[in-house]
Design a protein around this ligand. Structure first.
Ligand code: FAD
Length: 510
């Protein structure tokens, strides 16, 4: 009898590792996964180092751990069943849902697989399915789900009412910091011997030469590596956020800064997604700060909304709709991904700045992902599956259950399963929420002509190209009224400018 632990279930506090203390543990490092895409080297270091630390911690505590380094899960299972024929494995259900393939692999080798529920989230499959069953015909709507979860958990609730009287303080989450604002420090976790060894091994083993992609695995910086690889480090990260950044998380949640890659964000996604932290403890720590008067309600509610609302929502919508997302492309976007996503080489200050950050750290915060990268991809017309693959390869916190709904559903509006309208914007948005435009050679106020900001022509061209699909959307009425104000000559100039921008991006000259 063995507990099989997947690489994103690294916890001794929940699930079968905790519930079955007598059983040994199976962990498989499947290296072929790491070769499917030109993954950021820091993502590979993070996952493999966290797995090896988890193994060592379990062994120190006296657990027997069978740790196989194999090409595939199949090869790892071959090694396991050769030593322990007929073994029964217990597995916590993967975050994304399906276990048919894994069951088949185990049974083909003479074993059996006992699947238990995934307890690494706040909302169970049953809870979500019950919630969704009551709401038919209108797709999945986050705000409704979020209120349901507040009621279910009692977080920030005063009886049946939300603490403070409002469910959502989103309107207090849109400030930009003053010029003399000093970004709070962010924690760094110096690589120990295990991480250094993994880093060297990743550099030697996953050099990207097996990819057709022009830049293979060498497109991003392996160091400095800064991400927590153990639960102890993740707890330090959580404490650091609550102490130093939570209070300003709310007001600056949507702000972007050239000199502040983290703003006041938590930087906890990779630890949450690997299982090093549980969302309940993260939420409860934040609420405690509010209750102690150390962080205001708009910040704490904003944070709880992300973790209890969006994160859980995305996971369950993916679980139920992954087949829809797999081929979704409702706007028929077919442009290949421009190389600048790998190189960061563009004069557009916002795009270059965000991509540079991703190359250095495998991270950018939410608004940069949504309103710079996805916005550019959506208005440019990039194939949503291509940009989804890029996000998967580029981010340390990328896993199918969370990346795909965010990119395909929210970011590019390739599916309308969870969004009612595309997040498309002109330079106005970037200018209002960041200081990028001040350092950009493109003119934010111009739409056409050689030095006009590309976001402007791409935005209007996007509206024009998708008029048949989007005009009837009542949330798009206002923007189409502005489109209606443009005469034929202006529209033609926009189309020409957008075509020139696409060509420049293809030629590496944007
Ligand atoms: P904070 O801003 O501090 O937020 C706190 C936590 O809330 C995050 O750690 C995360 O766990 C959760 N959260 C917030 N928004 C979301 C969301 N939309 N979906 C799921 N969880 C959310 N998140 C990932 O974890 N992995 C991804 O691969 C990923 N890809 C994304 C791609 C696009 C195009 C977009 C628009 C968003 C994506 N997100 C992804 C969601 C979000 O951007 C990140 O969770 C967040 O930026 C992580 O940084 P942080 O920990 O500092 O988050």
């Amino acid at each position: 009898m063995t507990v099989w632990v997947l690489g994103d279930q690294l916890t001794t506090h929940h699930g079968p590792v905790e519930d079955r203390p007598e059983e040994s543990i199976l962990l498989i490092e499947a290296h072929s996964f790491a070769k499917r895409l030109p993954y950021h080297p820091q993502k590979l270091v993070l996952v493999f180092s966290a797995m090896r630390h988890f193994r060592d911690k379990l062994r120190e505590s006296g657990r027997e751990v069978r740790y196989y380094q194999a090409e595939t899960f199949g090869d790892g299972l071959d090694m396991h069943f050769e030593e322990y024929p007929d073994d029964e494995l217990t597995l916590m259900r993967p975050a994304g849902g399906g276990t048919d393939r894994l069951e088949g692999m185990v049974e083909d080798r003479g074993g059996s697989l006992n699947v238990v529920e995934n307890t690494l989230f706040c909302c169970s499959n049953e809870q979500f399915d019950d919630w969704a069953a009551d709401r038919t015909g209108d797709g999945y709507r986050h705000e409704d789900f979020y209120r349901f979860m507040r009621r279910e958990t009692g977080y920030l609730m005063d009886g049946d009412e939300p603490v403070g009287g409002e469910w959502n303080y989103d309107d207090q989450n849109r400030e930009t910091p003053p010029d003399d604002w000093t970004p709070p420090d962010t924690p760094e976790f110096d690589p120990d011997a295990t991480t250094r060894e993994v880093r060297q091994w990743v550099t030697d083993r996953f050099d990207g030469s097996y990819h057709d992609a022009p830049y293979g695995g060498s497109w991003a910086d392996p160091e400095p590596f800064r991400w927590p690889v153990t639960r102890d480090q993740a707890l330090v990260g959580l404490e650091d956020f609550c102490q130093n950044r939570l209070a300003e998380f709310g007001p600056y949640q949507d702000a972007m800064g050239r000199d502040s890659w983290a703003m006041s964000h938590s930087l906890l996604s990779s630890s949450l997604n690997l299982g090093l932290l549980h969302p309940h403890e993260v939420i409860e720590q934040a609420i405690e700060r509010y209750e102690r008067g150390e962080a205001p309600l708009n910040s704490v509610e904003g944070f709880v909304r992300q973790v209890l609302g969006w994160r859980e929502f995305m996971r369950h919508v993916y679980r139920r709709e992954q087949d829809t997302f797999a081929g979704a492309n409702q706007l028929d976007a077919t442009e290949p991904l421009p190389e600048l996503f790998w190189t960061g080489e563009t004069d557009m200050a916002c795009l270059a700045g965000v991509i540079d950050g991703v190359r250095r750290r495998g991270y950018s915060h939410h608004i940069e992902r949504l309103m710079v990268l996805s916005n550019f991809a959506t208005t440019f017309g990039i194939d949503p599956q291509a940009i989804n693959r890029w996000f998967h390869a580029a981010y340390v916190d990328a896993f199918h259950w969370v990346t795909t709904p965010n990119v395909v559903g929210m970011g590019t509006f390739a599916s309308d399963a969870l969004s009612t309208k595309p997040y498309a914007a002109s330079s106005n948005y970037v200018d209002r929420m960041s200081d990028y435009c001040g350092s950009c050679p493109y003119y934010k106020t111009k739409t056409t002509g050689e030095n006009a900001c590309p976001l402007n022509a791409l935005y209007w061209d996007f509206l024009g190209r998708n008029e048949d699909r989007l005009r009837s959307n009542h949330r798009m009425g206002l923007v189409y009224s502005h489109w209606d104000d443009k005469d034929e000559t202006e529209r033609e100039a926009i189309t020409d400018r957008a075509a020139a921008i696409r060509q420049a991006a293809r030629d590496g000259e944007l």
